[in-house]
Design a protein around this ligand. Sequence first.
Ligand SMILES: [Zn+2]
Length: 180
Amino acid sequence: MRVILLSGHNFVSKGCQAKLDGETINEWDLTNWLVAEVFKRERLMKVDLVAKARNDYNDLVTEVNSLNGDVLISCHFNAANGIAQGTEVLHAASSIKGKKLAGVAQNIFLKNLKLRDRGLCPTLPGERGGSILNKTKQVAILLEPFFLDSITSFEELLDLMNKTADSIVELLEYLEKNEL
Ligand SMILES: [Zn+2]
């Protein structure tokens, strides 16, 4: 089982952001931190975990497909109006296995982060996250564990980031033990 862990966004387009104690924290900083942290924490034997990030998005789908993975996990954080909070996981609308894996991920996040259940998001090719979910060969999910712009302190951010990293390790352990 090969799992590709993708850092959402890139150096050019850094995603959503939050202002904490006068400092701007953007999504790109956090997706990279998260992917590195998962590698530090995992003790997997049967999963070949591959890290992927890319500044040029043009060929991202082709590049991801060339990695011959079984599963793709794309890491993101949400943003809206600075008040909304909760967890959601996106999957390709047409993928039964993607929906199943999204459900497993969502349950792990809800148990560990204890935020509002915003449910699973079946995603069409033209929608947010749609290309990476629909055009890649892998069973693909896109994680939105919490709303970055609703975080009010570094302490809260670090707590949620730690729980998010642990949740992804838990999801990888599920993949190590179960058929999709
Ligand atoms: Zn994002």
